[in-house]
Design a protein around this ligand. Structure first.
Ligand code: HEC
Ligand code: HEC
Length: 258
């Protein structure tokens, strides 16, 4: 018993409904199409690149309260496995690729980590993660590391045999030794040995081992302390007073310390 006007109203409603349906279908397909595109890179490179920025931003404020109450126990065996193999499921690259077997890297671009103090190592990894130590390569490497990973890795590395190197430059050995052992009083530069110990072994937990490290790596770090790329109050104050020549002489000398 429908009137013709009611029927035409219903027909219009039906057309409207179908119209909406088709729009939804188009939108749904568009959604699927765009969702497919980013899915590929996400699968290929899981957490390294995309996780880097948000992780650093999010974990910085959270790090302090988490650190204090929980006493994490370091496991050197677990650290060794992570160092040698990485963990592809979490996007952790094997450290051995650059830092070499047992922390003995083969080239000066990558620092030797063998026998470096555990607390210092863990602090550096945290510094890369929170950006205090700005280095594009290492910031990517630590993005997926947890506090526990850092402690495990440090516990493995500190147990390795210390590196043995050679003095790099016979001509500047005297100047290098003078700076290392006595500083330069006239410029207000303290003796490096006061904090890093006379034989370059460092003093746990704050003062890193410098002896036997690649001279080029240490010289680069001094330049980073000088220009503020790497932040540490004590080293920033010392490095601003060192000339390029003095940096080179002292790091060439330290390479042979053991
Ligand atoms: C692609 C090469 C590469 C890989 C892989 C790599 N690193 Fe590094 N690492 C570097 C470079 C380059 C530096 C020096 C960066 C700088 O100047 O701050 C460095 C510096 C460090 C330092 C600071 C050393 C010091 O004496 O202060 C630590 C600690 C470290 N890496 C640990 C690790 C750990 C742990 C892993 C594995 C999870 C790892 N790295 C993987 C290249 C790499
Ligand atoms: C008052 C103490 C103190 C003195 C003196 C000192 N250092 Fe340091 N040095 C430190 C501390 C602390 C660190 C670790 C900074 C950090 O945690 O990032 C450091 C780190 C370094 C590093 C980086 C090592 C690495 O593995 O990346 C180099 C290189 C260095 N010092 C060279 C020197 C030289 C050369 C001198 C002498 C001219 C010197 N230091 C004197 C306290 C000192």
């Amino acid at each position: 018993m429908l009137h013709s006007s009611q029927i035409s109203k219903l027909t219009r409603l039906k057309q409207l409904f179908l119209g909406f349906c088709s729009i939804f279908l188009v939108l749904a397909f568009a959604g699927l199409a765009t969702a497919n595109e980013p899915a590929k890179p996400t699968a290929a490179a899981p957490s390294v690149a995309p996780a880097a920025a948000p992780t650093a931003a999010v974990s910085a404020p959270a790090a302090a309260p988490v650190l204090v109450p929980k006493a994490l126990k370091a496991d050197a065996t677990v650290g060794e496995a992570l160092y040698n193999n990485g963990d592809t499921s979490r996007g952790v690259v094997a450290c051995i690729t650059c830092h070499g077997p047992k922390g003995m890297s083969a080239v000066a671009t990558w620092p030797k980590l063998a026998a470096q103090h555990g607390t210092y190592l863990a602090k550096q990894l945290k510094n890369y993660k929170d950006g205090t130590r700005a280095n594009a390569i290492m910031m990517g490497m630590v993005a997926a590391l947890t506090e526990q990973d850092m402690l495990n890795l440090a516990a493995f590395l500190v147990k390795q045999a210390p590196p043995q190197g050679e003095v790099q430059n016979k001509a500047s050995i005297e100047l290098g030794q003078l700076i290392y052992r006595g500083g330069i009083a006239a410029k207000g530069i303290p003796a490096c040995s006061a904090c890093h110990s006379p034989n370059g072994a460092g003093i746990p937990a704050q003062y890193p081992r410098l002896g036997g490290q690649w001279a080029e790596y240490n010289a680069t770090q001094l330049a980073y302390f000088r220009d503020g790329t790497r932040k540490n109050v004590q080293m920033n104050m010392i490095a601003v007073k060192l000339s390029d020549l003095e940096m080179k002489a002292v790091t060439d000398y330290m390479a042979g310390l053991h």
